[in-house]
Ligand binder design. Sequence first.
Ligand code: RIB
Length: 307
Amino acid sequence: MFSLKKILVVGSANVDFVIGVRQAPELGETILCRSFRKTCGGKGANQAYACGRLGGDTAFLNAVGDDPLGGELVRNLQQANVDTRAIRTVDGVSTGMAVVCVDEKGNNSIIVIPGANNLCDVDYLRRNRARFEESDIVLLQMEIPFESVCYAVELASGLHKTVILNPAPAPDSLPDEVYAGLDYLTPTESEFKRLTGCPTDEVEELAVHCKPLLEKGTRNIIITLGSRGALHVNREGHTLYRPPEVQAVDTTAAGDTFNAALARELADGRSTEEAIVFANMASALAVSRVGAQDSIPSYEEVLDFKK
Ligand code: RIB
């Protein structure tokens, strides 16, 4: 059964080349990998896929190339019931790709080759204004052009949609108008440090550094802290939500699952607190499995895990 409200995800789609290593190489070092796989990924597509898998009524705006990789990504999204009709296919351009290096502790480092993601441009978004109008929640990340993200936030907030920005990868700063348009900003600890210059990962200090962003108009900031949980900060105060303990095997798409699960629960009218608890469960499950989209749990799996 679909969520009550509609979710629009705007973002990247990549084919991931996942390289398993004991330890990521140091500068100047050459190493041999332990395993290699090709999977469907991209922060935007992962979040759209996760919203769909979790039962969200989801549409996706993005650009892919006219190569076989683009077709693969679109078909995978369709299997999660994502509405892919507005995805742009661009002739003569290659679909986005990413090299994902996963170490034996499950930590990853990623390099993205944007390709067609750069053609998820302002013109394309403008042509798809109706998609924004018919949605209730708009979920964004930052693997498409910066001006597209700014435009999408402005358009969605002007239409009074709930706007969630996962600032990944994080720029050095965001314009004040973007902060003003956000209902939720969801950085990781390192993305938050990059955006604000916050020097420590101590919870009280992180909350203090949220204040200027709240003053710019962002309604809620949720900093994802990996195995420490998720820190929710708004004008009323701050709360740390601890996640369930799991054996981490691959953290790829854990943040994507968290954001999608948050959006999915908000789409059913749940409170921010309830949505964070659910998102912590969903991302813990994703961390305990290998892969990006193939690690994302279904709604039923999260409910079972909660029991
Ligand atoms: O968040 C994980 C994703 O980041 C990967 O799937 C990769 O494609 C990059 O976009």
